[in-house]
Design a protein around this ligand. Structure first.
Ligand code: RM4
Ligand code: MN
Ligand code: MN
Length: 408
C-alpha cells in the first residue's frame, strides 16, 4: 500500500480521534507464541496425514518456527509438549532456539498418551498412575528451570464416558491434590495455567469442564495459578469475550490458546471462521490494559500469554501458522482503533446503538496500511505470506527432510 495508503489512514484515524502513536507502540509489543506440535504431522481421530518436509526433531521444529517469526516479527517463542519434544539436553535446545532468535515458551506436560492413562491421569483411581502423572508434571517444572520457561501449561484428557464410571467428587479432590503438590514446586517467576475443555476425549464428563472449574482451582492454589482460555474449548455460541472480561476482573486470566472451533476441537486457523469473536476478545483485553484505575486488572491484562494451539491437518503448516499470527495481529490492531471516549459516553448515556457502533466501527476499519507501515519500520516483509512463499523454504525442507516427520 505504501506511504499514500498510510497518510490516508492516518487522516481518517485523526478524524475518528484515535491516538496512533499509542496504537503503534501497542502493536509493536504484541507477541504470539506458536506451538511446536503445530509444525509436526497431525490428523484427526481417523488419520494422521504425513506431509513432506515436516520437521523430524524438536530442533527442526524451531527452524520452522524461526521462519514464521522472520516473516511476521510476531512469534519469538515456541511452546513445547513433553515428551513429544523431549531431548537429552534441554540447555542445548535452548541454545539452538537462541541462535535462531527464539525462546522456549510454555511447557506442556502430556499425561494423556500412555496406556495407563486410559481412565485418567491425576484423577485415576490407581494411586500409582496418579503418582506417575504428577511426577511427569514435576519433571516439566524442572525443564522450565533449565530452559528459562516461566509457564507451565496444563491440560488433561481426564474424564469419564458413563454415569457411575467413577466418583466425580473424589476425582475433583485428586485433581486439587495433584495441583497443590505441583504448585508448591513452582519457582517464584513461574505461572501455572490451567486449561478447561468440556468434551473430548471423554464425552460424559471432563474433570475440568469449564472456566469456572479452572478458576476455582486456580483461586484455591494461589496467585501463580491462572486460567488458560482455549478458544476451541467452548460450546458453540458461548460468549467467550464475557469469560475473558470476567477472568480479567478476577485477575486470573493467564493466557490463550487461539484457534477456531467450527465443529469440534482446535485445529482451524484462528480468526478464519469468526473474526468478530477474536476482535471482541481483544476488545476486552485492550479495555483491561487501559484500566489504570484497577492496577491488578491492568497487570493481568499486560501479562497475558498469547499462544496458538492448532495442529493443521490439510493445510501446509508454516503458511497456516503465518496466517494465524497475522489474523491475531489484525484483530488486535482493530481493537486498538476503538474510540474509548465515544464508547464511554454512549454507555453512560444508555445509548445502546451508539455504544455498539463505537465498537463495530473499529472492526470495520481497514488496518492494512497501519500494519504495513509497522512492518516497514521493523524491517519486516510488508506481505509476510507472499514473502514466505517466495523463499523456497518448503521445497528446500522437502528435499532435506523427506516425509518422515515427527507426529503425535
Ligand atoms: C487439547 C488441548 C491442549 C493441547 C492438546 C494437544 O485439546 O487444547 O492444549 O495440548 O489438545
Ligand atoms: Mn489447548
Ligand atoms: Mn484443544
Amino acid at each position: 500500500m505504501g506511504k499514500m495508503g498510510y497518510t490516508a489512514f492516518e487522516e481518517r484515524q485523526k478524524e475518528r480521534g484515535i491516538d496512533l502513536a499509542w496504537v503503534r507502540a501497542e502493536l509493536k509489543a504484541l507477541k504470539i507464541e506458536t506451538p511446536s506440535w503445530g509444525y509436526g504431522d497431525s490428523g484427526t481421530r481417523f488419520k494422521v496425514f504425513k506431509k513432506a518436509g515436516v520437521p523430524r526433531t524438536a530442533y527442526e521444529k524451531f527452524e520452522d518456527a524461526a521462519v514464521v517469526n522472520r516473516m511476521t516479527g510476531l512469534s519469538p517463542s515456541v511452546a513445547l509438549h513433553i515428551p513429544w519434544d523431549k531431548v537429552d539436553d534441554f540447555a542445548k535446545l535452548e541454545n539452538h532456539a537462541a541462535s535462531l532468535g527464539l525462546k522456549i515458551g510454555a511447557i506442556n506436560p502430556n499425561v494423556f498418551q500412555d496406556d495407563c492413562y486410559m481412565l485418567g491421569s491425576v484423577t485415576n483411581h490407581d494411586p500409582a498412575v496418579r503418582r506417575r502423572a504428577i511426577d511427569h508434571i514435576l519433571e516439566c517444572v524442572e525443564i522450565m528451570k533449565v530452559t528459562g520457561s516461566d509457564i507451565l501449561s496444563l491440560w488433561y484428557a481426564d474424564g469419564t464416558n458413563y454415569p457411575g464410571q467413577a466418583d466425580l467428587r473424589q476425582r475433583k479432590r485428586w485433581m486439587e491434590e495433584a495441583h497443590r503438590e505441583v504448585y508448591a514446586k513452582l519457582a517464584p517467576n513461574h505461572r501455572m495455567l490451567i486449561e478447561y475443555k468440556f468434551f473430548e476425549p471423554a464425552f460424559y464428563h471432563t474433570d475440568l469442564a469449564d472456566w469456572g472449574m479452572s478458576y476455582n482451582l486456580a483461586k484455591k492454589l494461589g496467585p501463580q495459578a491462572q486460567v488458560l482460555v482455549d478458544t476451541g474449548h467452548h460450546a458453540q455460541g458461548t460468549n467467550v469475550e464475557h469469560i475473558v472480561a470476567y477472568l480479567l476482573d478476577e485477575e486470573r486470566l493467564g493466557g490463550f490458546h487461539f484457534n477456531s472451533r467450527k465443529y469440534a476441537d482446535d485445529d482451524l486457523i484462528v480468526g478464519a471462521i469468526n473474526p468478530y469473536e477474536l476482535f471482541l476478545i481483544f476488545f476486552q483485553i485492550v479495555s483491561g490494559r487501559r484500566d489504570t484505575a484497577n492496577p491488578g486488572v491492568k497487570k493481568t491484562a499486560d501479562g497475558i500469554a498469547y499462544m496458538i494451539d492448532q495442529s493443521h491437518c490439510i493445510e501446509p503448516k508454516i503458511p497456516a501458522m503465518i496466517r494465524s499470527v497475522l489474523n491475531c495481529q489484525t484483530q488486535y490492531a482493530k481493537a486498538l482503533l476503538i474510540n474509548w471516549q465515544q464508547l464511554a459516553e454512549a454507555q453512560a448515556a444508555g445509548d445502546v446503538l451508539g455504544a455498539e457502533a463505537a465498537v463495530r466501527e473499529a472492526f470495520e476499519q481497514d488496518a492494512t496500511a497501519l500494519l504495513e507501515s509497522i512492518r516497514e519500520e521493523q524491517n519486516l516483509p510488508l506481505d509476510p505470506m507472499k514473502a514466505y512463499l517466495a523463499t523456497g523454504y518448503q521445497a528446500k525442507v522437502e528435499k532435506e527432510r523427506g516425509s518422515g516427520g515427527a507426529s503425535w
